[in-house]
Design a protein around this ligand. Structure first.
Ligand SMILES: Cc1cc2nc3c(=O)[nH]c(=O)nc-3n(C[C@H](O)[C@H](O)[C@H](O)COP(=O)(O)OP(=O)(O)OC[C@H]3O[C@@H](n4cnc5c(N)ncnc54)[C@H](O)[C@@H]3O)c2cc1C
Length: 450
C-alpha cells in the first residue's frame, strides 16, 4: 500500500465524503480527515422515540449523472420515496394550494392577469449582459411581477431559506439563468432541454436514505475504510516547495488537498490571501423543528410538503410532510412534520427560545394545514453557521477565490457552486478531474471546484 495519498480531503461531511469516494472510484489514493467522531457533518440524523428527523438533507433527486455512480460505487443505500412525494403544496394568502404540474395553472394561486403575463414569457427579450441580478429581479423580468415574485419566494425559501431580493440568480440557480442565455427564454429553453434529452433517459425522482443521512454518510465513510479518519481535527494547511502539509494530530503530506469545511472554518486553516477572501462568505442560521405524534393528533396531508409564498404572514418557510413521503420517519400510526425557520429570509425569528419555536411551529403548521396539531414529540435543531447564502456578488467572490488559490489546493462543499447533495457530487467529479495525476503535458489547476 502507498504511504502517501494522492489527495487529502479535509472534512467528512457529504461534500468531503463524495469527493473522497469519487477519487477512490477512479483508483486514486485519498485520505478523508474529519474533526468529529463520525461522518456526515450537518446532515446528522436525529433518532428519538421512533421518530427520524433529518436536520439537513432529507431527500435526493436520483438518478443523477454524477451522484448515482458515486453512490453505487460506494454501495450506499438509497430507495425511492413514497409516491406521495409528487404532491406539492403552496401556502399563500391564508390558503393551501396543491400544485401538480399543469393543474397549477388552474388553481387560484395566480390571478388571470398573472397567468396572461406568464404566457408572454417566450416573447420577453433577454437582458443584455450586465451586473449580477437578484433572483426576484430575474424572475419578475421574465415572468411578470406576480408570478415572478411568487416563484422567486418559493425557490429562495425552498432551497436557500433565503431572501429572493438578495440572492444572485446566476449563482443560486445557474441552470435557470442558462435557459435565458442559451434560448432567449425560460419556456423555449426548457422545451429545447427536454427535446435534447436522449430517449429513454429516466426521469429523476425523490429518493431517501433508508438508514438516514447519517447512515448514508457512514456507508460512504465505510467504503473508504481506514482512509476515513474521524477525530482528526486539522489545524493548518501549508505548502513547502514540493507538496502540501496538513497539520493536526500529526503531519500528513500530499500533492493535492481539498478543503471541504465551511468557509469560515477553512479561512482558519489555509494560507493568505485565500483565507481573507474565504472569510467574506455569507451563511444564515436556520432552525429545523420536528413535530411528531399519533396520526390523529398530527393529521398531515399526503404529499412532500408545502412551501410558503410571499403573502402568507407566517414565519415558517417550509413545512415538510416527512412521514408521508418517508413513512419510516415515524413509528406506525404516527406522523412527523418538519418546519424550517430563519435563514436569510427571516433571521430575527431565531432569537426565540426552542420552546417558543416549537409553539410557533405548532400554531403555524395548524394554520397552514387548516387543522389543529397536537404533537407528543418535538425537537429543535439549530444549524449554524447555517445555509450558505449566494448573495449578489457571489459569482465575483468565486472569481476572487479562484485568483487567490494555489496549485494543488481546492475548495469543496455547499458554500460555493450549489447547495444540494447533487451539486456536491458534481464538485466531487471536478475535484477528482483536477487532483488525480494527469497525462504528461496537461496542467493541474487550483481553486474552487468549478
Ligand atoms: C435544513 C436543510 C435542508 C436541506 N435539505 C436538503 C435536501 O433535501 N437535499 C439536498 O440535496 N441537500 C439538502 N441540504 C443541503 C445538504 O445538507 C448540504 O449540501 C450538505 O450536508 C453539506 O455538506 P458539506 O460537506 O458541504 O458541509 P458540512 O456538512 O458542514 O461538512 C463539513 C465537515 O467538515 C468538518 N470539519 C470542520 N472543520 C474541520 C477541521 N478543522 N478538520 C477536519 N474536519 C473539519 C465538520 O465537522 C463537518 O463534518 C439541506 C440543508 C439544510 C440545512
Amino acid at each position: 500500500m502507498k504511504t502517501q495519498p494522492d489527495v487529502i480531503v479535509i472534512g467528512g461531511g457529504l461534500g468531503g465524503l463524495l469527493a473522497g469516494c469519487e477519487i477512490k472510484r477512479r483508483g486514486g489514493h485519498v485520505l478523508v480527515l474529519e474533526a468529529a467522531a463520525g461522518p456526515g457533518g450537518v446532515a446528522a440524523t436525529v433518532r428519538e422515540a421512533g421518530f427520524v428527523l433529518e436536520p439537513a438533507a432529507g431527500s435526493l433527486l436520483l438518478p443523477h449523472p454524477q451522484l448515482t455512480p458515486i453512490l453505487e460505487s460506494a454501495g450506499a443505500t438509497v430507495v425511492p420515496a413514497a409516491a406521495a412525494a409528487r404532491r406539492r403544496y403552496v401556502y399563500d394568502r391564508g390558503r393551501l394550494f396543491e400544485l401538480a404540474g399543469p393543474r397549477a395553472v388552474a388553481t387560484g394561486l395566480v390571478s388571470a392577469s398573472g397567468k396572461l403575463r406568464l404566457a408572454c414569457e417566450p416573447w420577453v427579450g433577454p437582458r443584455p449582459d450586465g451586473p449580477d441580478e437578484s433572483l426576484a429581479g430575474f424572475l419578475r423580468r421574465r415572468l411578470g411581477d406576480e408570478v415572478g415574485r411568487l416563484g422567486a419566494t418559493l425557490m429562495a425559501h425552498g432551497v436557500f431559506a433565503g431572501d429572493p431580493e438578495v440572492l444572485s440568480a446566476r449563482a443560486a440557480f445557474p441552470a435557470l439563468v442558462a435557459l435565458e442565455h442559451d434560448a432567449g427564454s425560460l419556456v423555449r429553453g426548457g422545451i429545447a432541454r427536454m427535446r435534447a434529452r436522449p430517449k429513454g433517459t429516466p426521469r429523476a425522482g425523490v429518493h431517501i436514505a433508508p438508514f438516514g443521512m447519517t447512515g448514508l454518510a457512514v456507508e460512504l465513510a465505510g467504503h473508504l475504510g481506514d482512509d476515513f479518519r474521524p477525530e482528526w481535527p486539522v489545524t493548518s494547511v501549508r505548502r513547502d516547495d514540493r507538496q502540501w502539509i496538513v497539520a493536526g494530530p500529526q503531519e500528513l503530506r500530499a500533492p493535492s488537498v481539498v478543503v471541504a469545511v465551511a468557509p469560515a472554518a477553512a479561512a482558519r486553516l489555509v494560507p493568505s490571501p485565500l483565507a481573507a477572501v474565504l472569510s467574506e462568505a455569507t451563511a444564515a442560521p436556520v432552525a429545523v423543528v420536528g413535530l411528531g405524534g399519533r396520526s390523529a393528533d398530527v393529521p398531515a396531508p399526503t404529499g412532500f410538503g408545502a412551501l410558503v409564498g410571499p403573502d402568507a404572514d407566517v414565519h415558517t418557510l417550509g413545512l415538510l410532510f416527512e412521514s408521508s413521503y418517508a413513512p419510516d420517519r415515524a413509528p406506525s400510526r404516527h406522523r412527523l412534520l418538519k418546519s424550517i425557520f430563519g435563514g436569510g429570509a427571516d433571521p430575527a425569528v431565531l432569537t426565540r427560545t426552542d420552546a417558543e419555536l416549537v409553539e410557533l411551529a405548532v400554531e403555524e403548521a395548524g394554520r397552514i394545514l387548516g387543522i389543529a396539531i397536537q404533537p407528543s414529540w418535538t425537537r429543535v435543531v439549530r444549524q449554524s453557521p447555517g445555509i450558505p447564502q449566494y448573495r449578489l456578488g457571489h459569482p465575483e467572490w468565486l472569481d476572487r477565490l479562484e485568483a487567490a488559490g494555489q496549485t494543488g489546493l481546492h475548495l469543496a462543499g455547499w458554500a460555493y457552486r450549489g447547495i444540494g447533495v447533487s451539486s456536491l457530487a458534481q464538485q466531487a467529479v471536478r475535484v477528482a478531474d483536477v487532483c488525480l495525476p494527469v497525462p504528461a503535458g496537461a496542467g493541474v489547476r487550483s481553486g474552487v471546484a468549478s
